[in-house]
Ligand binder design. Structure first.
Ligand code: ADP
Ligand code: TRP
Length: 328
């Protein structure tokens, strides 16, 4: 069976972008792949944090996966920090990674650009964990040798870096390692947020997945729209409401909204319709999410069991790699 792997950082509440871009496709793959999904809490450390907050957010990510239908008997769900081999491999990969490759990585570049725009020192607030972020991610991936990595399009560059470092292992040290393919849903490559930019925890423009019904409605009504009057025809291709609607509605319903856009529909009515279909899909997981959160011991057992399963793969593979590099 082919393997699928993906990770989510515990740096904020799970939002619609995470769900549509990564979680939904990952759950689809889990039906016919040996799947490994994890909480990237080591990546979470690249941001300043409090331990209580990191704990709570980690639990939130785990509860989200479980509430959305991940079956822990079929899929291995784990916490990155429970797999020490990841961090060991990360060091090995760092020694194979040209520094220039990291200079070009977008998370780092974005911070540098922001510093420049605000006339700060270029590397202000940037730690080496953030700078080498893609190396740790490459270790996550290469160690488990997935065939596919379901992610949003913003992660494409990171997957390419993982492939580059995998090639370096192959070419410089004759380690046979699988090079993964990204699995990206092209029609939802980047889901826009309330302000029309990429929906992201970092921009504070998200619709969190498990907020209460009224809050969900409030967030949806905050989506930025233009000032066209209700009677004016509207273009679905440029509408955040339409893009989100497509993720939750049936084919019939989508056709219906397209028709309404052509004939003219008020933005308020379109938002109401979006709320209806989103809430329909999220109502049940929202309750399950609360149940999982109320059962931390049960989640802990899932994670421990997951770590045991990953280590059956990661321990022997890291050993092989170390042997090839002359470390053992
Ligand atoms: P954030 O950008 O909110 O910090 P993460 O970086 O933790 O989210 O992303 C976790 C997963 O969700 C990744 O696979 C990422 O590509 C995907 N993702 C995040 N935001 C979006 C979005 N707006 N559209 C599509 N996918 C997204
Ligand atoms: N960098 C990813 C993100 O920001 C999270 C992540 C860490 C990940 N390790 C990974 C995703 C391995 C896929 C595979 O969303």
């Amino acid at each position: 069976m082919k393997r699928s792997l993906t990770g989510i950082k515990p740096t904020g509440d799970i939002h619609l972008g995470n769900y549509i871009g990564a979680i939904k496709p990952a759950l689809k793959l889990a039906a016919n792949h040996e799947s490994y999904y994890f909480v990237a809490n080591g990546h979470g450390l690249t941001k300043p944090h409090q331990k209580e907050e990191l704990h709570a957010l980690t639990k939130g990510v785990v509860a989200s996966w479980l509430a959305l239908g991940l079956d822990p008997n079929q899929t291995t769900l784990y916490r990155q920090s429970d797999i020490p081999e990841v961090f060991e491999l990360s060091w090995i990969l760092a020694t194979l990674s040209p520094k220039g490759l990291m200079n070009r990585a977008h998370a780092y570049k974005a911070m540098v650009d922001e510093n420049e725009a605000n006339s700060r020192e270029l590397d202000a607030g940037i730690n080496m964990g953030l700078f080498t972020y893609p190396i740790l991610m490459a270790a996550d991936i290469l160690l488990v040798e997935p065939d596919v990595v379901p992610v949003g399009k913003d992660q494409m560059q990171h997957i390419e870096i993982a492939r580059d470092l995998g090639l370096a292992l192959r070419n410089q040290h004759k380690v046979t390692v699988k090079l993964p393919e990204p699995y990206i849903m092209e029609d939802v490559a980047v889901l826009p947020g309330l302000d029309g930019r990429k929906m992201s925890k970092s921009y504070g423009n998200t619709i969190p997945l498990f907020v209460e019904k009224n809050e969900l409605k409030k967030r949806i009504y905050k989506i930025k729209t233009d000032s066209l009057p209700p009677s004016a025809p509207k273009d679905p291709a440029t509408s955040t409401i339409y893009m989100l609607y497509k993720q939750f509605a049936t084919t019939e319903e989508v056709k219906g909204l397209e028709g309404a856009f052509q004939e003219g529909i008020g933005w308020g009515d379109a938002k109401g319709e979006l709320f209806r279909v989103a809430n329909r899909e999220l109502e049940e997981p929202r309750e399950l999410y609360k149940e999982w959160l109320a059962n931390p011991e049960k989640m802990e057992r899932v994670l421990e069991d997951g770590a045991d399963r990953v280590r059956q793969v990661s321990v022997p593979f890291l050993q092989t790699i170390k042997k090839e590099l002359g470390l053992t």
